[in-house]
Design a protein around this ligand. Sequence first.
Ligand SMILES: Nc1ncnc2c1ncn2[C@@H]1O[C@H](COP(=O)(O)OP(=O)(O)OP(=O)(O)O)[C@@H](O)[C@H]1O
Ligand SMILES: [Mg+2]
Length: 357
Amino acid sequence: MRTVAIINQKGGCGKTTTAINLSACLAQLKKRILLVDMDPQAHATLGLGFTPGEYPKSVYDLLIGNDNGCASPGDVILEITPCLHLLPSDVMLSTAEPILLQRDHREYYLSDVLTGIASQYDFIIIDCPPNIGMLTFNALFACSEVIIPIESGLFALHGLSKLLETIELVNIKRNRKIMVNALATMFDRRTRIAHESLDEMIRHMGGNVFSTLINQNVKLKEAAGHGQSIITYARDSSGYRDYASLAKELAGMKVGKLKKARQSRAKSPVVTDAGVLFSYYAPEAEKVYVVADFNEWKANHTPLQNIEGTGVWQKMVPLKKGRYEYKFFVDGQWITDPDNPNKASSEFGENSYIEIH
Ligand SMILES: Nc1ncnc2c1ncn2[C@@H]1O[C@H](COP(=O)(O)OP(=O)(O)OP(=O)(O)O)[C@@H](O)[C@H]1O
Ligand SMILES: [Mg+2]
C-alpha cells in the first residue's frame, strides 16, 4: 500500500484535478484506490459528483467526531466504483485545524485513521488544501510519497523551496524519508515559457519530476464541473491520455522500504550536554515560550526561537539533575508538549514533565 499526498500551498495549480483523475486512472488499472479529500473546499468530493449535505459524514467525523466519539471509516467512505472509494470532505473540516492544534500528537490523526484501513487499498491518494496548516501536516505525517503539481509558466516555482524545507522537517521528525516528485501541470507546449519553467523545475527538484506532462486541456475543467473523472467524461481527450500515463508511471515506480511511522514518533525535549533542548512546531505562531517551575512559571521569561523561519521553535535551557514541569505558551494559549508523553496533573491543569538523571 502506498499513500500519496498531493501538496502545494499555491492555489489552483492542479492538485484536485490530479487527485481525482490520477485516482480514477489507477482504479482503471485495477488498483484499489481510496481518495481522501482533506480540503474544506471539498472540490475533490464535488468533482466526483457528490454535493456536501448529500452524504451523512465526512473526514471531519473521522478526525474530530462529536460527543459520541469519532466515526469509523466504513461509515464515511463513499463508493464511486468498486475500485475507487472516497473519503469526502465538507466545510466543517475547516474547524478541525484549531481543534487539532490543542491536541497531543495532532499531526498523527489522519495517519492513525488510515492505518486501520490501509490493507484494503493499493493506493491512498490525499488531496490537500492550498496552505501548509494542520490538515496538510496530517497528510504529510500519513504519507509515504508526495506529488507537487506545478503549473507550467511564470512564477511557477515560487514557494517550492519552503515546501521542500517543510517536507524535510517532517522527514527529520518522523525519521523516514518521503519520496517527492513534481508534476508539470497545465502545460502549453506551444509556449517557450512552459518549456523554460519545466527545465527550471527539473533543476530545482534534482530531476525528481514525472516524465508525464499534464497538458492544458479544457475537458479536464469541464469534467470536474460535471462531477466526473476524465475517464467517463472524455476518454478521447489529451487530459485522459495524460492522467492514464501518469497512473502507469506512478504504479511502475520503485519505492524503498519504509519504516513504520509509529515507531519513530518524535520524543521531546532532548537532553544534551549543553542543557535541555525544548522544541515546539508551530509554523503560524508569532511567539512561543516555555513556562516552567525552573523559571517560576513566568509566562514571558524564556522565549523559543523560530529557527530560520521554519516553524520549528527551539530553546536550549541549562538545567541540573532533577524533575521539571513545564508547558508551552503559544500566542496566549497554554499547551502541553505534544511530543512528550510524560504528563502530570497540577492545580492549574495538566503539565508536561521531564526528569534529568
Ligand atoms: N491540465 C489542465 N488544463 C486545463 N484546466 C485545468 C487543468 N488542470 C486544472 N485545471 C483547472 O484549473 C483550475 C484549478 O485546478 P485545481 O482545482 O485542480 O487546482 P488546485 O490546486 O486543487 O486548487 P486549490 O488550490 O484551490 O485546491 C480548475 O478550474 C481546473 O479545472
Ligand atoms: Mg484543490
